[in-house]
Structure formats: C-alpha cells, structure tokens
Design a protein around this ligand. Structure first.
Ligand SMILES: NC(=O)c1ccc[n+]([C@@H]2O[C@H](COP(=O)([O-])OP(=O)(O)OC[C@H]3O[C@@H](n4cnc5c(N)ncnc54)[C@H](O)[C@@H]3O)[C@@H](O)[C@H]2O)c1
Length: 370
C-alpha cells in the first residue's frame, strides 16, 4: 500500500504519526511510505533518519495527500487540509467528530474512510489508542504539580519527597484509572504520601495490592474529599465517566479548606474538568490562582513532551496501521473487531452512533458497508 505521513499543522502539535522505526516495519511488509519534509522534526526525528529507514521525503503536504492510499496522522485534519482528501482515501488519526460538526460535514463530503484512533476498542472496552496519552498525562501531572508547588511558581513551597527529618508532601489523586495510577506511581516514587480516591471498590482493591507502601486508597465521596484536602498539598484530578462531563469533585467552597499554595492539576479538563473552578489553559499560560489555590488545567498535556508522546502513541498505533496496510481497510476491519469500532465515517456515511447522535445526522450500520 502507498502510505502518506503529513506534517501536523494544528497549532502547537509537534507529534508525528510514524517514527523511523515504523517506516522500517512498513518497508518489511512491502509498503511504500511518503513522509512530508520535517514531519518528525518536532519530535526529534530528522528527514535523513526517515530516508535511512526507507521512506521517501516529499516537500509539500499536497504531494503527500495526492499520492497516498492511506494517510496516517495524529490530529484531525484542519480546514486547509479538507480539500486535499480524496474519495476512498483511508485516514487513520484522532478525529473526535462529536466535538466538531464542520469536520464531520467535511469528511462526509470528501467521501473518505475515516478510522478514528479514539474509538478503536478492545473487547474489555478499553481504548488502546487513548491509553498511551493518559499514561503520559498522568506521569506529567506529578512533574507539573511538583514544579508549581515551588514558592517562586506560586505554590506552598514544599518538596514532594521531603528530606530526612522533614515530612514529605501529601498528594491526593482523584480517580484511580490510567491517569490516576500513573500519577500515584510517580508521586510515590518521589517519596510523597499518596492517597488515591475512586468510586470503584474493585479498582481500589487492585491498586492497594500493587502500589508501594506510601500509597493509600480511599473510597471517593464528598465527606472523604473534604476531610483529605485540609492536609493535601497537591491534588490531581483524573476521573472519567465515559461520554459524560467530569463530576465537580472539588467545589469552589472547598478551596477555603485548603492551605494557601495548594496545587490542583485537573487532567480531566478535556472532559470539562473535575474541579468547579477549572477552566482550560494552554502550555503558554498553564496556571491561574483562585482563593490562593494554584490551578493547572492544560487540555493537551502530552503536547509538551512530543518525543515521549510520539513514541508512546506510535507503539500503540503501528500494529493496527500495519494490519490496515497489509489487508486494506475492508478486510482488516472485517477480521478485527477492535479496528472495526474505529470506523466513524465511510464514503459519506456515518457508521458510528455517537457521531450521528451528536449532530442528528443519519446513521448507517457499519456491517452494511462492506
Ligand atoms: N489533559 C490532558 O492532556 C489529558 C490527557 C489524557 C487524558 N486526559 C483525561 O484524563 C481523564 C482520565 O482518563 P483515564 O484514561 O485515566 O480514564 P480511566 O477511565 O482509566 O479512569 C477514570 C477513573 O475515574 C474513576 N471515577 C469516576 N467517577 C469518579 C468519582 N466520582 N470519584 C473518583 N473516581 C471516579 C473511575 O472509576 C475510573 O477508575 C479523562 O477525562 C481523559 O480524557 C486528559
């Protein structure tokens, strides 16, 4: 198959969809890969690394779209890319159609095959192409939290791990899923006293078993949260109710119970946030203060570490991309239920219920399109 890897042009997006290691794999399977010049630059990969791995470098995005049967990207196409997309071209990328009607309409009009990373789903209902970014964000939450706990950054001025003779910081992690587990591990590794709060008792049992001794678990309810925040230095919000806005677990009045200089990192901000006082921020201007409490609410945290994020993402996407290239999208999706769940729009038809519901557009059963 002929594969195209354009350079991401969305503002501040430095990831790339295929690394030089991925090119080697595609070549081994007999595929031809065209990569736009500088596509890997933001993630630390040079054009010569791509050519050494067997890719062909093209100088413009137009050439990449024109030649490729399958386009592999990271972010959804932006408006200037819409007209480059060809009928029957396979696009494998994050789309998040339910958050953009213009994008949905454009992809219907282009009659492309849109396979969305975010809806590829395993039989246990986990989302294998979202997990790597939650892992990055969870680990990063502690790094950012530790930084903003420093006095010159507006924080209380406490070192997460303390030192001999001085107590470490207290960290409260709300939600013990992917984000919460990674955050708890990192905070515990730095020596903090960590508490994970979740509503899922079975999950807490598992975490209690695998976490080090400086991590406690507690059932998540308002009483426990109100009690814990009085002595907490860093709060990390990683709750998720699939398909719904995150619940406001920390309300505005609770800020008064906290020590001035407490830091709150709301990783769940992309689902509306789990602190009442959260609003989305950017890497350029990541924090703000409410009632003496520092809020960090960056909606695309992994964007700050594109090298790690690119490798984490491509480790997860490559096996699916190879399957699509080897078999073609129809046979690949028919033989693999996980990939089939990724089909969102096919040749002008919406085949993913959530997208047709979001925009009240007609829905076509995915099984009728093969
Ligand atoms: N800001 C970013 O850059 C970024 C990056 C990646 C992920 N995220 C977001 O982080 C959030 C968490 O993602 P995840 O992959 O860890 O999800 P997950 O499904 O693995 O975990 C969510 C956890 O929240 C728990 N939960 C639900 N309601 C709760 C409550 N009231 N109290 C405590 N726990 C509760 C669930 O039981 C589950 O264990 C999502 O909103 C995701 O979109 C943000």
């Amino acid at each position: 198959m002929i594969i195209g890897v354009p350079k991401e042009i969305k503002n501040n997006e430095n990831r790339v969809a295929v690394t030089p290691a991925g090119i080697t794999e595609f070549r081994k399977h007999g595929h031809t890969v065209y990569v736009q010049t500088d596509a890997g630059k933001g993630s630390g990969f040079t054009d010569s690394q791509y050519t050494e791995a067997g890719a062909i470098i093209l100088s413009s995005i137009e050439e990449v779209y024109a030649i490729a049967e399958m386009i592999i990207k990271v972010k959804e196409p932006i408006a200037s890319e819409y007209n480059l997309i060809k009928e029957n071209q396979l696009l494998f990328t994050y789309f998040h159609f339910a958050s953009s009607e213009p994008l949905t309409q454009a992809m219907i009009a282009r009659k492309a095959i849109c396979l969305a990373y975010e809806t590829v789903e395993k039989s246990d209902r986990s989302l294998p192409l979202l997990i790597p970014m939650s892992e990055v964000a969870g680990r990063m939450a502690v790094q950012e939290g530790a930084k903003y706990l420093e006095k010159p950054m507006g924080g209380f001025g406490i070192l997460l791990g303390g030192v001999a003779g001085v107590k470490p910081a207290n960290v409260l992690v709300l939600g013990g899923g992917i984000v919460g587990t990674q955050a708890a591990k990192m905070a515990a590794g730095l020596g903090a006293n960590v508490t994970i709060a979740d509503i899922n008792l079975q999950r807490l049992r598992y975490l209690e078993d695998i976490m080090p001794a400086n991590v406690d678990t507690v059932i998540s309810n308002e009483y426990n949260i109100r009690d814990l925040i009085k002595s907490t230095n860093l709060i990390i919000g990683g709750v998720l109710i699939p398909g719904a806005k995150a619940p406001s677990l920390i309300t505005r009045d609770m800020l008064k119970l906290m020590k001035p200089g407490t830091v709150m990192v709301d990783v769940a901000i992309d689902q509306g946030g789990c602190f009442e006082t959260s609003h989305a921020t950017t890497h350029e201007d990541p924090i703000y203060e409410v009632d003496g409490v520092v809020h960090y609410c960056v909606a695309n945290m992994p964007g700050a570490v594109p090298y790690t994020s690119t490798l984490a993402l491509t480790n997860a996407t490559l096996p699916y991309a190879l399957l699509l290239a080897d078999k073609g999208w129809q046979a690949a999706c028919q033989s693999n239920e996980e990939l089939k769940k990724g089909l969102n729009i096919v040749k002008g038809n919406i085949v993913f219920k959530g997208v047709s519901d979001a925009w009240k557009l007609p829905y076509t059963d995915v099984n009728s399109i093969f």
